[in-house]
Design a protein around this ligand. Sequence first.
Ligand SMILES: *[C@@H]1O[C@H](CO)[C@@H](O)[C@H](O)[C@H]1NC(C)=O
Ligand SMILES: *[C@@H]1O[C@H](CO)[C@@H](O)[C@H](O)[C@H]1NC(C)=O
Ligand SMILES: *[C@@H]1O[C@H](CO)[C@@H](O)[C@H](O)[C@H]1NC(C)=O
Ligand SMILES: *[C@@H]1O[C@H](CO)[C@@H](O)[C@H](O)[C@H]1NC(C)=O
Ligand SMILES: *[C@@H]1O[C@H](CO)[C@@H](O)[C@H](O)[C@H]1NC(C)=O
Length: 161
Amino acid sequence: MELRCCIIVLLLHLTGKVSLQDSANKFERFVGDSVILPCLYENKQSNVLWRHNVSRKVLNIINDKLSLENQDTIFQNRTESFSSEYPKGNYSVMLKNVELIHAGNYTCFIEKSDEEKKLQLFVKEKPEKNIQKLGNSSMNAKSQKNMAFLIALLGLTLHLI
Ligand SMILES: *[C@@H]1O[C@H](CO)[C@@H](O)[C@H](O)[C@H]1NC(C)=O
Ligand SMILES: *[C@@H]1O[C@H](CO)[C@@H](O)[C@H](O)[C@H]1NC(C)=O
Ligand SMILES: *[C@@H]1O[C@H](CO)[C@@H](O)[C@H](O)[C@H]1NC(C)=O
Ligand SMILES: *[C@@H]1O[C@H](CO)[C@@H](O)[C@H](O)[C@H]1NC(C)=O
Ligand SMILES: *[C@@H]1O[C@H](CO)[C@@H](O)[C@H](O)[C@H]1NC(C)=O
């Protein structure tokens, strides 16, 4: 059963149907996706500052209150903060509808203790767009053949296990 799941996941990856893999502090998304950037501290903190590429302001959480004052325009209407999680020391932030410009380094900085969590976000163009850009009918025929092959392989594998 486990093997079957692995094979399905693998095939979905090959056909580009699954979002990219994340590691603990590296996140990969396509343009238009959302991402939750985690920021967990053991205790509740008073001043939490989220920054992008060192100085761009994402948001602040000051005494359990979200502050969007002077938020960088590239983050306007794209962030979500979870105030019910603050008492648990969870200051994670959701970025919505990411663009290439949102790639880079994010820090969740605790002013009082000078601690910070660092995260890296990678943003890629959606693969469908790249195929359209190639705009070559023989290319499309080839990828259709690949897809048919993968579906046939999936059917066969599921049959065998
Ligand atoms: C954010 O949303 C508000 C209200 O809907 C709108 O007035 C403002 O122009 C938006 N800002 C950006 C940068 O999209
Ligand atoms: C922190 O909050 C985010 C947003 O609600 C949630 O997705 C995540 O699971 C939380 N993390 C923990 C460890 O509770
Ligand atoms: C942040 O840095 C990343 C990586 O160098 C870059 O791709 C991105 O465009 C930068 N964004 C801004 C707004 O400076
Ligand atoms: C982001 O951090 C990584 C690893 O710490 C570093 O190699 C890279 O140069 C940084 N990028 C920017 C735009 O600061
Ligand atoms: C499409 O690609 C084939 C080779 O894969 C090439 O021979 C052909 O010239 C290309 N057609 C166009 C319109 O780019």
